[in-house]
Every structure is written in structure tokens, then in C-alpha cells.
Ligand binder design. Structure first.
Ligand code: SF4
Ligand code: SF4
Length: 163
């Protein structure tokens, strides 16, 4: 092998690879389209009457979750009915199996397309039921496209830190 041919070959490889279209994108400035059936963060439906959580505090999602993600704190109201004091969801532990969604008897929990789960502080991964309502409502546009079955993919709206 002539002297220096290895170096030239190395440079040729560098230029060849450098000229290729990048396989990665600059996130979060750019986001890829995702599949309609993409499993994103679990959201919560808003109760149309109370404007609060649809959750009735039965605890079935908490029991169904294999990864100890959900915590539901309830108490007894003045009229003897169950009151949901706090609904907590640790996004960092969720494996998106959706067992919780299947378990919920009132369809309070809903699938969303949201994958913007990045945070600089683990405490930001602990969200409550009202944040889950935000997530669900921000995703309604995507749900509607999915229901109409338009096109091969959908572009989710950014929501974390947007408003
Ligand atoms: S999607 Fe699965 S892991 Fe995540 S909260 Fe629901 S049951 Fe738990
Ligand atoms: S299963 Fe549904 S209603 Fe029951 S605690 Fe979970 S979210 Fe609330």
C-alpha cells in the first residue's frame, strides 16, 4: 500500500459520510411526524359538569398500573360521597402500557400523542390530574385527525412549557 493512501481513504470516507443527509433532526426545534396510533402520555378528560377531573377516585388505575406510577388520594365528602383530593402521575415511571386506561370505568384516562416529556428536573415529571387535562385537551386536534383517518401521520403540538 503506497505511503499516505490510508489517510486519503480516511478523508474520502469522512467526506462521503459528511455529505449524507443527517439521520437525526434538531429537536425540539424540529419534530418528526408520528403515527396516528402512537402511544404518548396518558391524559385526563375534563368533567363537563364540574369542570374538574372526570376521575371518581375508584383507584382501579392505581391497582392496574404495573409500575407504581399513579397515586389517588380520596376522602369522604359531607354528603358521604367520595372526593378526589389529589391525582398524581409520575411520568418518569410510566411504560405506556395503558393498563390504567383500560381499567378506568368512567373513561377518565385517555391516550394522547404527546411525547414531549423532557425536563431538566425529575420533579417536573410528577404531574397532577389537571396537568393531565391540559395534555388531553392539547391533543384533541390530533385525535380528531386520527378519527377522520387523514394521511399517514400527524404532527403533534408542542405543549410542555408552551402555556
Ligand atoms: S400506561 Fe401503564 S405504566 Fe403508565 S400509568 Fe398507565 S398502567 Fe401505569
Ligand atoms: S380508574 Fe379512572 S376513575 Fe378510577 S381512580 Fe383511576 S382515573 Fe379515577
Amino acid at each position: 500500500m503506497p505511503l499516505g493512501s490510508g489517510i486519503l481513504k480516511g478523508f474520502a470516507t469522512v467526506f462521503k459520510v459528511g455529505a449524507r443527509k443527517p439521520a437525526t433532526i434538531m429537536y425540539p426545534e424540529n419534530v418528526r411526524d408520528i403515527a396516528y396510533r402512537f402511544r404518548g402520555q396518558v391524559g385526563m378528560r375534563r368533567d363537563e359538569v364540574t369542570n374538574g377531573l372526570t376521575c371518581v377516585g375508584c383507584g382501579l388505575c392505581e391497582t392496574a398500573c404495573p409500575n407504581d406510577v399513579i397515586r389517588v388520594d380520596t376522602s369522604e365528602g359531607e354528603d358521604g360521597t367520595r372526593v378526589v383530593d389529589r391525582y398524581l402521575f409520575d411520568v418518569g415511571r410510566c411504560v405506556f402500557c395503558y393498563f390504567c386506561i383500560e381499567a378506568c370505568p368512567v373513561d377518565a384516562l385517555q391516550r394522547t400523542h404527546d411525547f414531549h416529556l423532557v425536563t431538566e428536573d425529575r420533579r417536573g415529571l410528577l404531574i397532577d390530574g389537571f396537568k393531565m387535562i391540559d395534555i388531553y385537551e392539547h391533543d384533541l386536534e390530533n385525535r380528531s385527525l386520527e378519527d377522520q383517518n387523514i394521511g399517514p401521520g400527524t404532527r403533534p403540538r408542542l405543549w410542555f412549557g408552551d402555556d
